[in-house]
Design a protein around this ligand. Structure first.
Ligand SMILES: C[S@@+](CC[C@H](N)C(=O)[O-])C[C@H]1O[C@@H](n2cnc3c(N)ncnc32)[C@H](O)[C@@H]1O
Length: 271
């Protein structure tokens, strides 16, 4: 049974606004791996669990065609609103059944998504659709991130840790895959050519409003909101006030630096 935590329209529009696309560091690691294994030009990439397509569109310059797939109608509707990549199309379907031909895909990506899938069925599907030598790249950033602001980073991180503690009981058990750095998923990949890279750190400058928006995209926050709406909204308000107080500003447009800790799993199907 698929885990359906990303169906709401409002959640999808928050996604489009506040989630980050995979960083250039992650893309560089993916492409140096792919380029060593497959001849150029690369033909076809599929981004599974594409959400609003932020990562999907980043693949567009590197492939003749790119397909983004997701089980959530609301997420794919948001993705389709973004124009400007004529070689990118989207499909609403489960990750465990992607509507493409056998042995047709050069690169299959899943960004902040693979942990939601039925891993056994999904890996069988990956094996069906990858070309010989085709690659997979599963990435995610950890829920735990660092928040830096001038000489106030310690206090900023304490506030963020407090948010983590509040949301922790609302986290789905599948998020444990992320917490353990995708170890179990890595071990389940039936290829010998594979590697797992931890601690790729991406530093992003965003306004405080963006950080508060990001927190609201977390599936654990959405579960909190459904279960205890008043408390969830209050937590965001209180968190905003605490951040502003520590930063000594009244503007939520003030920029903070967020450090994302990423995991990346790469593998290639035997030729
Ligand atoms: C955390 S979001 C990541 C979205 C996007 N890749 C990104 O990086 O912003 C996870 C996505 O996986 C999708 N998803 C979850 N289970 C799925 C499944 N079994 N098949 C296809 N998509 C699924 C959700 O609908 C959601 O859009």
């Amino acid at each position: 049974m698929a885990t359906r935590l990303f169906e709401g329209k409002e959640h999808a529009s928050y996604y489009q606004k506040f989630r980050f696309e995979p960083s250039q560091e992650i893309l560089d690691l993916i492409f140096s791996y792919v380029d060593e294994r497959l001849p150029k030009p690369h033909e076809f990439a599929v981004d599974v669990g594409c959400g609003t397509g932020k990562g999907t569109r980043m693949l567009a310059p590197y492939f003749k065609k790119v397909l983004g797939t997701d089980i959530s109608v609301a997420q794919v509707e948001e993705a389709k609103k973004e124009l400007g990549c004529p070689n990118v199309t989207y499909s609403i379907c489960p990750a465990e059944g992607v509507p493409v031909a056998d042995a047709s895909v050069d690169l299959l990506t899943a960004s902040a998504a693979v942990h939601w899938f039925d891993i056994e069925k999904f890996l069988k599907e990956v094996n069906r659709i990858l070309k010989p030598g085709g690659c997979l790249a599963f990435s995610s950033y950890l829920f735990h991130m660092e928040v830096h602001y001038k000489d106030r980073s310690e206090q900023m991180n304490n506030i963020f840790s407090n948010v983590e503690d509040i949301l922790s009981p609302f986290q789905h058990e599948k998020v444990n895959h992320v917490k353990t750095g995708y170890k179990e998923i890595f071990e389940a990949i039936p290829y010998t050519d594979k590697k797992r890279i931890e601690s790729v750190i991406t530093k992003i400058q965003i306004p405080l409003a963006g950080l508060l928006g990001l927190i609201q995209t977390f599936s654990s926050f959405q579960t909190y909101l459904r279960t205890e709406p008043e408390k969830a909204k209050e937590m965001i308000k209180t968190t905003e006030q605490r951040f502003l107080q520590i930063m000594g500003t009244s503007s939520i447009d003030t920029e903070v630096e967020v450090w994302l800790h990423n995991i990346l799993v790469l593998a290639s199907k035997p030729k």
